[in-house]
Design a protein around this ligand. Structure first.
Ligand SMILES: [Zn+2]
Length: 671
């Protein structure tokens, strides 16, 4: 078992010490890897930290550290006990302040809510009860909730993280999970040492070839940030492989080196897998080296030696959950992440000033990638794909993966056959920035791609498109997001959202789940009204434009609540002489809506919709125009019907009057 104890060093920085206390682990960590256990002060591992204030993890044998450990560790009896101890020791205010600037107000601290967009702070931390609460969106909880929400972890993982921070040892885990943890720790240790080895080799005399190639490819300036090193290969004359020799020198168990894909067995003995390559360390989101990518040097390519080679899947390396460049992006405090296809793209983009460039390791985007993206991109994600057929398919697939996540995703498609690295090299950093600036909301690109794939003017094409939307929406668990996206798609495709929303089966009867046939017309008018209200939520000052253009409030808004809300906004402008802020407006409308069933949800989905508007004024005008046309069409059909009846009844006077009214109405609004 491992005990993790956190102690403050002289500068008041936290240093985490991990010490195996069951003896068996000590051997694996201390001897086989040749770790200096004599207290020589050698630090291992990367020092980038994990965002929670743990600045480096050092491994010592228990003997050197026993006295300190026994004095500071605590051993809770069970998980409830551990939970209480963690809550006692972790200062929630401090933890929150690491990512959200807080100001004291009375007995609490307040700041801008990290869970919803706001301009005036309504997010509070209460040090007395060690809890937080946002009065805007309602999110709240304790230290565990905070870590679970902000790091998107499950309860147990959050607990482990906090236990590390608080220096609380968690109760015993199963033998299997302890074994896995031991293997992972040893592997991470080895990979970190190996990274040092590759870096050292790049400086060696016989690495001239590698250094020259780096210059040639423009990678030299990126060497330090990306930790590019050299993976040496055999020299002529059957000299033993350099890496294999190094591994033996470090007394690394062969099984581990095999498992991490560093060597493979041959009849002549173990050989190293990575040879004659530039090495690119691959970090996890906490900055630990978990594997390598290798780019072969010119002249060594062959069928058995592909151009790029990555570490294989291992206990610490899983392509499904790794993003190349994320570690650097976090270090550079990038808030927007740009997902590209290869690691040379990422390096070129980051060096050109696009700090948030990341890439998957040759796999399609997964749910795990999506959750990483959500955790580390407070300003949204841009997906950069090649504009060819494969890139378009990838974009569509990526949206399926990202749609369920609470993140703002946009997409740009590059000109066919051009990758970001080429673009930067040929046209400079500005060219890439220009492409990124043209990114459009992912759902809009999704609709466009649907239009390419299905003929939206034919009933079959529309059915096919609706089917694709249902498939997309069925992957979204959260009701509000599903509904919002259905509204957005429905509005553009002019398909009622009820048709797009996947049917949720109720228990027992499938027939009961079939939605009532919805009227397209009524639904579109609902959309128009929603657009108007969302536009007001985005920009309350647009009330003036609405009032100017709305001929008849009652025909625009036949229901009472919208008129009530409009009246409320109008009164507030008149009485204060000022337009309320979007947050103020939302909160005052929410208060009014609280009385009416379903209204709060609807308003909050409108607030979400509001955030998607690039130009709220255009949205408002579009909604007004639509309702106006509808109102006008209804007036015309009423007049026509009256005219028809008057003619049938032989009432010529009435017929003439109605005919005049009809002509006037037609003139008032050309179709
Ligand atoms: Zn909030």
């Amino acid at each position: 078992m491992w005990v993790v104890v956190v102690v403050a060093d002289v500068e008041g920085e936290f240093v985490a010490w991990a010490a195996p206390v069951d003896g068996g682990g000590a051997d694996a960590h201390g001897l086989m890897l040749g770790v200096d256990s004599g207290g020589g002060g050698r630090h291992h591992g990367d020092h980038a930290g994990d965002g929670l204030g743990v600045h480096g993890v050092s491994f010592r044998t228990p003997s050197a550290f026993a006295s300190k450990v026994s004095g500071m560790s605590s051993s809770p009896r069970d998980f409830d006990d551990a939970k209480v101890q963690i809550k006692d020791r972790v200062d929630l205010m401090q933890l929150v302040a690491e990512s959200v600037p807080l100001k004291r107000t009375g007995s609490s601290f307040k700041g801008l809510c990290p869970f919803h967009g706001e301009k005036t702070p309504s997010f509070h931390v209460f040090p007395g009860s060690q809890t937080f609460k946002c009065f805007g969106c309602g999110k709240g909880g304790d230290v565990f909730t905070w870590v679970m929400e902000t790091e998107s972890l499950g309860f147990f993982e959050a607990m482990k993280l906090l236990a590390e921070r608080a220096g609380v040892a968690l109760p015993e885990q199963s033998e299997e999970s302890r074994q896995q943890a031991r293997v992972a720790k040893t592997a991470l240790q080895l990979l970190s040492e190996l990274q040092g080895f590759y870096l050292e080799r790049l400086r060696a005399e016989d690495a001239a070839e590698a250094r020259q190639y780096m210059e040639q490819r423009g990678l030299a300036p990126a060497q330090q940030l990306f930790g590019i090193g050299y993976m040496p290969g055999p020299r002529a004359g059957g000299v033993p492989e350099e890496l294999a020799r190094w591994l033996r020198g470090q007394r690394v168990p062969k099984e581990l080196a095999l498992e991490l894909g560093l060597i493979f067995d041959t009849r002549q003995g173990p050989l190293d897998r990575f040879r004659h390559r530039l090495s690119f360390p691959i970090h996890d989101e906490r900055g630990r080296v978990v594997g390598f990518g290798g780019r072969i040097l010119p002249g060594y390519e062959s069928e058995r030696e592909p151009k790029y080679l990555n570490s294989p899947e291992s206990p610490v390396f899983s392509k499904r959950r790794l993003l190349f460049g994320l570690h650097q992006a976090r270090r550079q405090k990038a808030k927007r992440l740009v997902v590209m296809e290869g690691y040379t793209d990422v390096i070129a983009a980051q060096m050109a000033g696009v700090a948030g460039a990341v890439a998957t390791l040759g796999t399609a985007l997964t749910r795990q990638h999506a959750s990483l993206l959500r955790r580390f991109s407070s300003d949204g994600v841009v997906l950069l794909f090649d504009g060819d057929a494969a890139g378009r398919r990838a974009a569509e697939r990526a949206f399926h993966v990202l749609a369920p996540e609470e993140l703002e995703a946009s997409v740009c498609l590059l000109p066919e056959g051009l990758d970001p690295a080429d673009l930067v090299q040929e046209q400079g950093a500005e060219a890439l920035e220009k492409v990124l600036a043209a990114a459009r909301p992912a759902w809009q690109v999704f609709v466009e791609l649907l239009g390419d794939r299905c003929n939206l003017s034919s009933p079959e094409g529309r059915q096919q498109a609706a089917g694709s939307c249902r498939e997309l929406l069925s992957g979204i668990e959260e009701f509000r997001r599903r509904r919002l996206l259905a509204e957005q798609l429905g509005r553009v495709l002019m398909i009622p959202e009820e048709v797009l929303l996947p049917q949720r089966r109720r228990q027992g009867s499938a027939a009961a789940a079939r939605p009532a046939p919805a009227s397209v017309e009524r639904d579109s008018e609902g959309h128009a009204r929603d657009s108007i209200f969302a536009a007001l939520l985005a920009e309350p000052g647009l009330l003036v434009e609405l009032e100017e253009r709305m001929e008849d409030e009652e025909s625009f808004f036949p229901k009472e609540l919208p008129r009530l809300l409009l009246g409320q906004l109008r009164d507030s402008v008149i009485s204060t002489g000022d337009v309320p802020s979007p947050d103020e407006l939302l909160s005052s409308w929410m208060t009014t809506a609280a009385e009416i069933p379903g209204a709060v949800q609807h308003l909050s989905s409108l607030a979400d919709l509001a955030r998607t508007f690039e130009d709220p004024r255009l949205a408002l005008l579009g909604g007004v125009d639509f309702l106006d046309r509808k109102r006008h069409a209804r007036e015309l059909s009423r007049l026509k019907e009256g005219y028809r009846q008057a003619l049938a009844a032989g009432d010529e006077a009435a017929a003439r009057e109605l005919e005049l009214a009809l002509q006037q109405a037609l003139r008032r609004r050309a179709p």
